[in-house]
Design a protein around this ligand. Structure first.
Ligand code: TMP
Length: 202
């Protein structure tokens, strides 16, 4: 049996990831999951990470909690599914840690990569779908929500994250797909389908 594909969605808050993770997983008959919070342990870590009252979390602690969530998700959900030949579609991945903790918080990219390669046992996403929306659009969409600890960060933080996604996508075009998140929902879905399908041939 051939190993399933691991597909991760990335992007700023409000870009539409959750909707399209769900839609692509349905189309592929894949396992859908999310980070942080895709396991029982992960849900507890997510609550700590998202709580706006936790203003005292050190950036390194934040990085390690995100990575701990990912290690648990990999061993409990992702790897068993891939080994069983199922595809996995995840709302966020290691590239969020590189973007948010690496570029956003200014922690070292190389350190984050090596800690995560260890935590993931080298199993990086095969395909990354970056739903790109401009920062001011993300801010507009967030204005309608109850904000978590990350969503309360300032514009500079999100500007650095957007640069991070752009640099990582440019450096690794074989893995990354860039989708225009400003299109109507069904067009975004069609664009994702058109871009992802050929990658299944390889
Ligand atoms: P979500 O709102 O897309 O579910 O993600 C939760 C928040 O956690 C979001 O603001 C991005 C942030 N995050 C990181 O900072 N680093 C990570 O590694 C992950 C997976 C999420």
């Amino acid at each position: 049996m051939s190993r399933g594909k691991y597909i991760a969605f990335e992007g700023l808050e409000g870009c539409g990831k959750s909707t399209h993770v769900k839609r692509l997983a349905e189309t592929l008959g894949a396992v859908a999951t999310r980070e942080p919070g895709g396991t029982r342990i992960g849900a507890m870590l997510r609550a700590i990470l998202a709580d706006p009252d936790n203003t005292d979390i050190d950036p390194r602690t934040e990085l390690l909690l995100m990575t701990a969530d990912r290690a648990q998700l990999m061993s409990e959900v992702i790897e068993p599914a891939l080994v069983a030949g199922q595809h996995v579609v995840s709302d966020r991945s290691v590239y969020s840690t590189l973007a948010y903790q690496g570029y956003g918080r200014g922690l070292g990219i190389d350190t984050i990569r090596s800690i995560n390669e260890w935590a993931l046992n080298q199993a990086l996403p095969d395909i990354v779908v970056w739903i790109q929306i401009p920062r001011d659009e993300a801010e507009r969409r967030l204005a309608k929500r109850n904000l978590d600890r990350f969503e309360r960060e300032g514009a500079d933080f999100f500007a650095r994250i957007a640069v991070g996604f752009a640099e990582m996508a440019a450096a690794d075009p074989a893995r990354w797909i860039i989708i225009d998140g400003m299109l109507p929902k069904d067009d975004v879905q069609a664009a994702i389908h058109a871009a992802v399908s050929p990658r299944f041939a390889s």
